[in-house]
Design a protein around this ligand. Sequence first.
Ligand SMILES: *[C@@H]1O[C@H](CO)[C@@H](O)[C@H](O)[C@H]1NC(C)=O
Ligand SMILES: *[C@@H]1O[C@H](CO)[C@@H](O)[C@H](O)[C@H]1NC(C)=O
Ligand SMILES: *[C@@H]1O[C@H](CO)[C@@H](O)[C@H](O)[C@H]1NC(C)=O
Ligand SMILES: *[C@@H]1O[C@H](CO)[C@@H](O)[C@H](O)[C@H]1NC(C)=O
Ligand SMILES: [Zn+2]
Length: 414
Amino acid sequence: MPGGSVWVLVLALALPSNGQQHLEEAKRIMTTTPVIDGHNDLPWQLLQKFNNQLMLPAANLTLLNDTHTNIPKLRQGHVGGQFWSVYVPCETQNKDAVKRTLEQMDVVQRMCDLYPDTFACVTDSNGVREAFRSGKVASLIGVEGGHSIDSSLGILRTLYRLGARYMTLTHSCNTPWADNWLVDTKEEKPVHHGLSPFGKRVVEEMNRLGMIVDLAHVSVDTMKVVLNISKAPVIFSHSSAYSICPHRRNVPDDVLRLVASTGSLVMVNFYNAYVTCSGTATLSDVADHMDYVKKVAGAKAVGFGGDYDGVPGVPTGLEDVSKYPALVAELLARNWTEEEVKWALAENLLRVFSKVEEVKKSLQGTAALEMPIAFEELEGTCRTSYGYSKGAGTARAPSAALALPLALLLSVLR
Ligand SMILES: *[C@@H]1O[C@H](CO)[C@@H](O)[C@H](O)[C@H]1NC(C)=O
Ligand SMILES: *[C@@H]1O[C@H](CO)[C@@H](O)[C@H](O)[C@H]1NC(C)=O
Ligand SMILES: *[C@@H]1O[C@H](CO)[C@@H](O)[C@H](O)[C@H]1NC(C)=O
Ligand SMILES: *[C@@H]1O[C@H](CO)[C@@H](O)[C@H](O)[C@H]1NC(C)=O
Ligand SMILES: [Zn+2]
């Protein structure tokens, strides 16, 4: 080996590569500004695997090893804040959605109680900053889908009191008051072209309560109506950029511009299907989405919304919640400044959250909205009508439109 090559080799061994440098830089930044992620479905995993029995030996969150999320991985990933999703499927709409949502909120609370050295359940932006200082994962509750309030402002307020701090207006189904993204694929018919008058009251009440409005999963019309009427900035807790991958769960450019003009936030989703519109993706593909949102809406509009434990395929390089520093290293390699990285990691979410809290404060003298949804706008067949008509407690009969097909179906099955 000629002498020169030896020196090159020695240098290469002595100096960390750019990649290593960026990773160390990322970890240094994240020691004081850890990531706040917009959406993690660990509570859904806890339901499916253990029926929410956290004391089962296999449910130990330190040892859990077949999920994207466990305590050692959260530590490695410098996760300092997490909106835990209290997701319940659309199938529960008009059935046991409220009960199941309450149970998922309970399991998050018990997670905090059982692992107090790791999690701190908090309900405001100051609580998040305190958790940062004490090295704990600030744990917040996100309700994923308006079906969880069963078209009731009373339930909305009660969920807020129990700690819910964002609500995604729909999951992947329309509610009786808001359209979801499947109307943009034509798999569902648009019903409200955004929000019904009751849906607008839901947003107004969320502003009054201080609950963040989340526009992941909603239709583009719903996005636009809400960005127009909300008194506070909003978030997309787990959505990526439509121009990079034209999936209808992603955010189109005209909406990204409204995000910028309202001081709102897009927390980029890592799900392969939303990142590359295919079954596979890499960390670099996710960075492309973050770069794009930054380019169109600015660095103050970008965040992280991994969707870990809620999706079947995550990118190579972002296998679980321990990998956020690797993504931050990639942003640094792409010349994001330290300040921009800190905004994306935590400061953008804290800014939105504080603004939502300010709007709540400014509306303190305002009375709770009381006007309920019209009885006719409710769906499902198992409801009583107390309050809507005198003495009426009878079950709601299936509508005529449903009764005939149902009768036919039953006669076929018989
Ligand atoms: C994963 O956890 C289970 C249950 O605690 C344990 O039996 C298994 O050996 C673990 N697997 C690995 C690869 O650590
Ligand atoms: C989980 O496992 C760890 C490591 O074995 C142990 O220290 C801890 O007490 C367990 N926690 C619970 C709640 O079972
Ligand atoms: C909402 O839309 C109306 C009518 O198009 C417009 O005049 C108004 O400026 C919009 N408000 C916001 C906050 O975008
Ligand atoms: C980052 O900046 C450096 C120095 O200005 C430049 O050489 C490099 O091409 C830039 N990289 C990217 C990905 O923009
Ligand atoms: Zn989702």
